[in-house]
Each structure stands twice: as C-alpha cells, then as structure tokens.
Design a protein around this ligand. Structure first.
Ligand SMILES: *[C@@H]1O[C@H](CO)[C@@H](O)[C@H](O)[C@H]1NC(C)=O
Length: 139
C-alpha cells in the first residue's frame, strides 16, 4: 500500500495469510464424529500433497492437540472454527488479506462470516495460551 502524507512517501508492506485453515484441519472437519469426509482434500487427494500432509499430519500428537485446543476455543465462544481461524489472521495489523480454498458454497459462507467476527481480548488470550503451549506445531 502506498501512503502519501506530509510530502513523505511510505511504502507499507502488508502480509498475505496463506492457508489460515492449515489445509482444512482448523475447520474441524477431520474430527467429525462420522469420521473425516471422504471428499475432504486430505482424503480425496491422499498422497498428492505430501508436504502438506506431513506438515498438518493429525497423527502427530502435538498437531492433533493444538488443533483440538483451537476447536475448543471456537466452541467455547460459539464460533465456527473457520470463523475463529480466519478472523484471527485478519485481526493482525500487518495482514491485508487471507488465501483460502472453498469447494462448497457453505464453506465460502463460513469464510465471509468470519470477516464479520470480532475477536475480543479474552478470545485472543485463549488463542495465545494455546500458541504458548504449542508454539509451532506445524513447522
Ligand atoms: C503422519 O504421522 C504418522 C505418525 O507419526 C506417520 O506414520 C505418517 O507417515 C505421517 N504421514 C505423513 C504423510 O507424513
């Protein structure tokens, strides 16, 4: 973003949040009581996203526990987990936009709804607690 102010020119660099849903695992769909949906990307294209499958591997205890903790926060405050994840990245002052994938209309709606979600300091504190416990679960 280029800002002109008092004859000074600043170049402000904004960030683009890539994969705020961690290839869908933060949506909670892989924790569904009926098992993960067969048409979910990590099931449908199993073996074709090796880097992502390894990075967001829910067989890894730390990744699984961190994901469950974020899903618990969403449940506690009555948000869809997608809303929590997208609203969290968009709240960061340096983030200008987020890239996400939606193959269904309801998924797009969840992300659009997230843009209206206001995360209060209590919710942010809960997210920060999980982040402190699991600082970098998906390096
Ligand atoms: C996921 O983790 C399990 C357990 O550590 C491992 O056996 C499996 O190979 C991993 N999968 C991928 C795609 O990295």
């Amino acid at each position: 973003m280029l800002c002109l102010s008092n004859n000074l020119t600043f170049l402000r660099v904004s960030l683009l949040a890539y994969s705020p849903l961690a290839m869908g695992i933060l949506s909670g769909k892989y924790f569904s009581p009926h098992g993960a949906p067969t048409d979910a990307r990590l099931n449908l294209f199993k073996g074709r996203y090796s880097e992502g499958e390894s990075r967001y591997n829910l067989s890894n205890t730390i990744i699984k526990e961190a994901t469950k903790a974020y899903l618990d926060i969403a449940r506690k405050y009555g948000f869809h987990p997608v809303s929590l994840a997208v609203a969290f990245v968009l709240k960061h002052s340096l983030v200008a936009s987020a890239v996400f994938g939606a193959t269904k209309l309801w998924q797009l709606q969840e992300v659009l709804d997230a843009c209206k979600v206001e995360l209060n300091p209590e919710i942010i504190a809960d997210v920060d607690k999980v982040h402190t416990t699991y600082p970098n679960p998906c390096p």
